[in-house]
Design a protein around this ligand. Structure first.
Ligand code: ZN
Ligand code: ZN
Ligand code: ZN
Length: 368
C-alpha cells in the first residue's frame, strides 16, 4: 500500500505535466492538432470569418477547462490511491474533501460556460468594452471580420493562439483566456522596455520590446504585449500616431539584422511576383509571425559561378527570415561578401542569389 506522501507526489507530478500541456501546449501537441483550440474547432468556428465570435467562444472554453482541472487532479489522485471512492457525501479523507470542492468548482465552471453561451457572450468583459463604441455590435462585428483578413494588417504572434493584430481601424489583442479590441484612434503605444535574449543554436541575439497600450478617452484598462525589436518598425509604420519610446531603450541591431535590412532593400529592386491567391498563404515557417511574402524566382544573369536554378516551392518565408537564412549560409567572417553570395532554398535546395527573390504582389494591393 502506498503512503499518502507517495500518492501526493505522484499525482502532483502527473497532474502538473497534464495541466501544463493543457495550458502551454508544446510544439508536438500543436503540430499534431492536440490543443484545445484544435480539438474543439468545430465548436469555435472559423476565426477568419467571425473573429469576435471565435474569440468569445475560445476564452470561455479555455476558462471552463481551467475550472475542470482541480477535478482532474482528484481523479489522478484517486487512480494512484487505494480508496474505494473518489468522492463521498460524508467526506472522511483529504481526497474526499478536495474532490467535493473540485466538483463545486467544476459545476461553477460549467455554469459559467452555459451562461455565456446562452447569453451569446454579451456579458463578457471584452464585449462590454466593445459596446462602449456601439450598443448594437452588428456593424462592428462585420467590420472586424473584414479587417481581420486584410493582408496588410500588422499581425504578430505572441504565443500559441495569442496574437496582436492592428488593422486599419482596430487593435485586437487576443490570448487564450482574454482578449481586448479597441479602436485604433483610442490607443497610444509606449515602448517601456527592451530585453535581449540569446536564441537558437546560432546564438543570435533577439531583442524583445515590451509595449504598453494606453487607452485614451474610454474606460478600458491598458494592456501590455511584447514583440521582436525587428517588428517594431512595422508596428510604427501601421500607426498614424508616434510610439513613445522610453529613454533607456536602445534598439539593438546585430550584423545579421543589418544584413536583413540590406537584403530587403535589394529584394525590393527585383520587381514583384504576382500571387493573387492570398488565402492559401500561410505563416512564414521561419517566424510564424508574419505571412509568407516572398518567392524565389530565378531571374538573375550571373555568370562565372554556380548557376542559380528555379525554385518551384510555394511561398513559405517572409523576406526577413529568408534574409536570415541567406545570411546564415554565407561565410560568417566576411559579411561584406554576403550580398553577392548564393544560398540554397531550404526546401528544394535550388541555388539562388539576392536577385532571385521577389516580394509577392497580391490582389488587394490597391486597397492599401
Ligand atoms: Zn518570417
Ligand atoms: Zn525551393
Ligand atoms: Zn541568381
Amino acid at each position: 500500500m502506498r503512503d499518502d506522501y507517495e500518492i501526493f507526489i505522484w499525482s502532483t507530478i502527473t497532474f502538473g505535466m497534464t495541466a501544463s500541456l493543457v495550458i502551454w501546449p508544446n510544439d508536438v501537441l500543436i503540430s499534431n492538432h492536440l490543443t484545445i483550440e484544435e480539438l474543439f474547432h468545430s465548436y469555435l468556428g472559423d476565426q477568419s470569418k467571425d473573429p469576435l465570435e471565435y474569440n468569445c467562444r475560445k476564452i470561455v472554453l479555455n476558462q471552463t477547462i481551467l475550472g475542470c482541472l482541480p477535478f482532474v487532479y482528484s481523479l489522478i489522485t484517486f487512480f494512484y490511491s487505494d480508496l474505494p471512492t473518489v468522492s463521498s457525501r460524508i467526506p472522511s479523507t483529504k481526497l474526499h474533501y478536495f474532490t467535493n470542492i473540485s466538483i463545486l468548482i467544476l459545476i461553477g465552471s460549467l455554469t459559467y460556460f452555459f451562461f455565456h453561451h446562452n447569453t451569446k457572450f454579451t456579458h463578457l468583459k471584452p464585449m462590454k468594452y466593445l459596446k462602449l463604441y456601439s450598443e448594437d455590435l452588428t456593424r462592428i462585428r462585420a467590420q472586424l471580420s473584414t479587417e481581420f483578413r486584410n493582408f496588410f494588417n500588422f499581425s504578430v504572434s505572441l504565443a500559441y493562439s495569442s496574437r496582436i493584430i492592428i488593422s486599419d481601424s482596430w487593435v485586437m489583442n487576443f490570448n487564450r483566456y482574454n482578449f481586448i479590441i479597441v479602436n485604433i484612434s483610442d490607443i497610444q503605444f509606449e515602448a517601456v522596455n527592451a530585453q535581449q535574449f540569446a536564441l537558437n543554436e546560432t546564438g543570435e541575439e533577439v531583442q524583445y520590446v515590451s509595449i504598453r497600450a494606453n487607452i485614451l478617452n474610454r474606460s478600458i484598462p491598458h494592456f501590455f504585449f511584447r514583440i521582436k525589436g525587428t517588428d517594431f518598425r512595422d508596428l510604427q509604420d501601421k500607426l498614424t500616431s508616434r510610439i513613445e519610446i522610453a529613454r533607456e531603450i536602445i534598439f539593438h541591431v546585430s550584423p545579421n539584422e543589418r544584413f536583413v535590412e540590406v537584403f530587403q532593400e535589394n529584394v525590393n529592386e527585383n520587381g514583384t511576383y504576382p500571387y493573387p491567391d492570398t488565402n492559401s498563404l500561410e505563416s512564414c515557417i521561419g517566424c510564424y509571425a508574419t505571412q509568407a511574402n516572398v518567392k524565389i524566382n530565378q531571374g538573375c544573369q550571373q555568370q562565372g559561378r554556380q548557376q542559380c536554378r528555379q525554385c518551384f516551392c510555394r511561398p513559405m518565408w517572409c523576406v526577413s527570415c529568408l534574409g536570415r537564412v541567406f545570411a546564415g549560409k554565407q561565410d560568417q567572417s566576411h559579411p561584406e561578401f554576403w550580398l553577392n553570395g548564393q544560398a540554397d532554398c531550404p526546401t528544394c535546395r535550388a541555388i539562388f542569389c539576392v536577385r532571385d527573390v521577389q516580394m509577392l504582389r497580391v490582389n488587394d494591393e490597391d486597397n492599401h
